[in-house]
Design a protein around this ligand. Structure first.
Ligand SMILES: C[S@@+](CC[C@H](N)C(=O)[O-])C[C@H]1O[C@@H](n2cnc3c(N)ncnc32)[C@H](O)[C@@H]1O
Length: 507
């Protein structure tokens, strides 16, 4: 039977972790910036040295973060009132030669407040997951391995709309990280998980954080049949490959992107009107097919959708990335055989590349024309995209309310404060000659649009004072062009600028 963290054991553990300051700040303070950064790169020795004289916190860091065996007396003191025996019953520790060792990964996790954080109040949790397979084990993780907070988890967490909602579902909760983020502390919410080991890890994470989460057992949307939510978040097993499951956290068991297609089709029926689903996903780029058309074809009626492609990988990079992620020795015969099957499968299916990104779905009234945008946002984005998702949804509402040209022409718009005009020039005999320009946001997704002189002049006039129509008339007069011609030429771009947050409506 999968070990279980009882409420009493969770309470004792929480007491010990708080007392020792086994928190994100506490660990960062103990290690110092250099050793902390080194640990993030997988270099353990600086952290061992920094934790040497760290008292109970040093013991917990070495035991739980660095994978060391710690002596019985030290563990007993650091974990009290939880005894090592009870911690072992709960699956957290195991007896080892010379003391005790961690049997699970237990680490502090939080979001900082302030300009670089994405919340007003800092939030602090602990997340329980499986220990990664040792590097010496060339077979990588076990099939049921429950991952901790990884790159994909953080991508989704930072791209999630955080406006408070009443009901929320975390589909495929695993270590529970999305559910932790989704509503803030102490709000009831359901989360689904599969298999039993993932359920146990999620239950332990929620118990340890004192959170009331309704855990539901079962595949995909089965456990929530007939139920609707204000928000659904999901980091599903989205990695496209042959229809088999090598790792439950990664493989859907369905061929290619079929599982994602099904989720995109079925999730909206589980949303309340106006409810939003946000998920990570990967889609195939198949020879002779436009990838946005492929994703669009999955969408049911009555749904606004924003699909953002963040990365594109060729088949070799895709397979290598996910095999490395699973801790495999890529030169081993087993890994080569697995890669061979995977690459053959993609070759047979004319798969040229694999896209990765996030999908936002909003359930709207059936009689409203949906807005579907499928676009690339490749390259590094440092700002969290959650606020952008919230803003995108309200911009789409605003554009829908101003779908009529007359309504848009009557609106007052201003260039967003973070927008700059970039000009490019080429050197020549006469010095620099301007050859083009673009407007770009310096925040969020850093959207950038090439503009000609006319569009740049129009944007310069957008200061929230005059309605757009009057600005266009002034521009037409100044350039001796018919106003109707300028309206037709500029309104599509204006709509794009609003959608990308370069132009903002003013009251
Ligand atoms: C990529 S992990 C994400 C875990 C966690 N939510 C996060 O963001 O880090 C995918 C999770 O989905 C679960 N899962 C796999 N197949 C599933 C299925 N058919 N139905 C529901 N959950 C599933 C896995 O156990 C795993 O916890």
């Amino acid at each position: 039977m999968t070990p279980h963290l009882s409420p009493a054991a969770a309470e004792s553990l929480r007491t010990a972790l708080h007392r020792a300051r086994y928190t994100t700040d506490g660990v960062r303070d103990l290690l110092g910036p250099a050793a902390h950064a080194a640990l993030g790169r997988g270099e353990a020795e600086p952290a061992f040295r920094a934790a040497r004289d760290g008292g109970d916190l040093g013991v917990l860091v070495r035991l739980l973060l660095l994978g060391a065996v710690e002596p019985d007396a030290a563990v007993r003191a650091a974990l009290g009132p939880l005894t090592p025996e009870l911690a072992t019953e709960a699956g957290l520790l195991q007896a080892a030669d010379g003391g005790w060792a961690a049997a699970l990964d237990l680490r502090p996790y939080g979001i900082a407040a302030g300009p670089d954080g994405d919340v007003d109040d800092p939030v602090e949790w602990w997340v329980l997951s499986d220990l990664d397979a040792p590097r010496s084990d060339r077979r990588g993780q076990e099939r049921d391995h429950v991952t901790g907070v990884g790159g994909a988890s953080l991508t989704l967490a930072s791209a999630t709309d955080r406006t408070p909602v009443g009901t929320l579902l975390d589909l495929g909760t695993g270590c529970g990280v999305q559910a932790l983020h989704a509503l803030g502390p102490a709000r009831p919410r359901p989360a689904t998980a599969l298999p039993p080991r993932a359920l146990a890890r999620a239950a332990a994470t929620f118990a340890l954080n004192g959170l009331d989460v309704e855990l539901l057992d079962g595949p995909w949307l089965e456990p929530v049949a007939g139920r609707r939510f204000d928000r659904i978040v999901s980091n599903p097993p989205f990695v496209p490959g042959p229809a088999r499951v090598d790792y439950v956290y990664r493989d859907s068991g369905r061929a290619g992107d079929e599982a994602l297609a099904e989720l995109v089709r079925d999730l909206p029926a589980h949303l309340e009107p106006g409810g939003v689903a946000q998920l990570l996903g990967s889609w195939l780029h198949v020879r002779g097919e436009d990838w946005p058309d492929r994703v669009r074809s999955w969408l049911p009626a009555g749904v606004d959708a924003w699909v953002v492609q963040r990365e594109v990988a060729d088949p070799a990079l895709h397979v290598g990335t996910w095999q490395r992620d699973a801790g495999l020795d890529l030169a081993s015969p087993e890994a080569r055989a697995q890669a061979g099957v995977w690459l053959d499968w993609m070759e047979c299916g004319d798969v040229e590349a694999i896209g990765f990104g996030f999908v936002v779905l909003r359930r709207i009234d059936a009689d409203v024309e949906p807005v579907v945008v499928v676009e690339d946002l490749l390259g590094e984005v440092t700002d969290p995209l959650g606020p952008e998702v919230t803003a995108w949804l309200s911009r789409v509402d605003w554009l829908r309310a101003h779908a009529d040209d007359a309504a848009l022409l009557g609106a007052r718009l201003a260039v967003a404060p973070s927008v700059v005009l970039e000009t490019y020039a080429e050197p020549g005999d006469e010095g620099w000659t301007e050859v083009g320009s673009a407007v770009a946001r310096r925040d969020g997704p850093r959207w950038r649009h090439e503009v000609d002189g006319l569009a740049a002049a129009l944007l310069a006039g957008c200061r929230g004072a005059l309605p757009l129509g009057e600005l266009i008339e002034l521009l037409a007069f100044a350039h001796d062009r018919p106003a109707g011609e300028l309206v037709a030429a500029t309104l599509p771009a204006v709509r794009e600028f609003v959608r990308h947050g370069l132009l903002v409506p003013t009251p």
